[in-house]
Design a binder for this molecule. Structure first.
Ligand code: FPP
Length: 277
């Protein structure tokens, strides 16, 4: 259950309210991560240039964030721009995405403030153009005291490069502390990830139907439930976030343990078998 101070349920649309009212308050996710995919195909279906798809995708970002903030979701993390996008997309498209990000931050700052949203970033953001970094810092500073949803944009992000960065930092720390490798724990690695300050995602949503992780948060999603929708990102709205949460609530999370429906395990070591429940 989320702290009641962060809830603004009365601001949900009637359609969203219908889905929300069926959710179990005791099983809401703390952290939802989204791979926003299908901007180009959305535009192509309408004989528009890809850039229109990205523009429409930016609107989805704001609308989905607002619904997340109304239901009090503590953490929302969006894959906005990968290292691979940066390296492999035409320069003109990368430049457009950078301009779009700047204008998004500028024109949505007031709405983020109104919705009590705090914005942060993960990724090799120091490699982005300086004017983009300036705008990012500006929005981060302006929203730093907001206490509702933390919207984290993954920008120039790659999961494997995050692990490389973490291992480099950990190796330097170990050298400094004269620590041997046998003392490394999972917690040591976690502490050096970009996401060290947040819980792992409970739910990962991917739009546009692809069944891939695409190098997004590979360490953090070890036990995350995955929800894939055919819908393209520019058509994704708050109600679809709520529907994905409803689907998540129908799953049983076992973290490598046993299901309650599995029955009891007989403890005779010579006759290990599952007793039907
Ligand atoms: C995938 O669509 C989406 C991206 C590469 C970028 C995501 C960017 C946005 C949602 C808009 C800007 C975001 C912010 C925060 C301002 P694609 O182009 O790979 O689609 P395709 O697979 O159909 O070609």
């Amino acid at each position: 259950m989320y702290p009641s101070g962060t809830l603004r349920i009365s601001e949900l649309s009637p359609e969203e309210r219908t889905v929300y009212d069926k959710l179990k308050p005791e099983r809401l996710p703390e952290h939802v991560a989204i791979i926003m995919d299908g901007n180009g195909r959305w535009a192509g279906q309408r004989s528009l240039k890809r850039l229109f798809g990205h523009q429409q995708g930016a609107k989805s970002v704001q609308l989905v964030t607002e619904t997340a903030s109304r239901i009090g979701l503590p953490w929302l993390t969006l894959y906005a721009f990968s290292l691979e996008n940066n390296l492999r997309r035409p320069r003109a498209e990368v430049n457009f995405l950078m301009r779009l990000l700047r204008s998004y931050l500028e024109s949505n700052l007031q709405r983020m403030m109104d919705n009590n949203v705090r914005i942060r970033y993960i990724g090799r953001t120091h490699e982005l153009p300086p004017e983009v970094q300036d705008k990012m810092r500006w929005a981060e500073d302006a929203t730093a005291r907001n206490t509702g949803t933390t919207l984290t944009l993954a920008l120039n992000y790659g999961g494997r490069s995050e692990l490389v960065d973490a291992f480099r930092a950990l190796a330097a720390e170990m050298q400094h502390k004269h620590m041997g490798p046998e003392r490394i724990t999972e917690e040591d690695i976690h502490r050096h990830l970009y996401t060290a300050h947040m819980p792992d995602p409970d739910l990962l949503i991917r739009t546009s139907g692809e069944m891939r992780i695409s190098n997004f948060l590979p360490w953090q999603i070890a036990y995350t439930e995955i929800f894939v929708t055919e819908r393209f990102w520019p058509d994704f709205r708050g109600i679809h976030l709520l529907e994905a949460i409803a689907d998540f609530q129908r799953r049983e999370r076992r973290y490598g343990g046993l299901s309650e429906l599995c029955g009891e395990v007989e403890e005779d070591p010579d006759r290990i078998r599952i007793v039907a429940g």
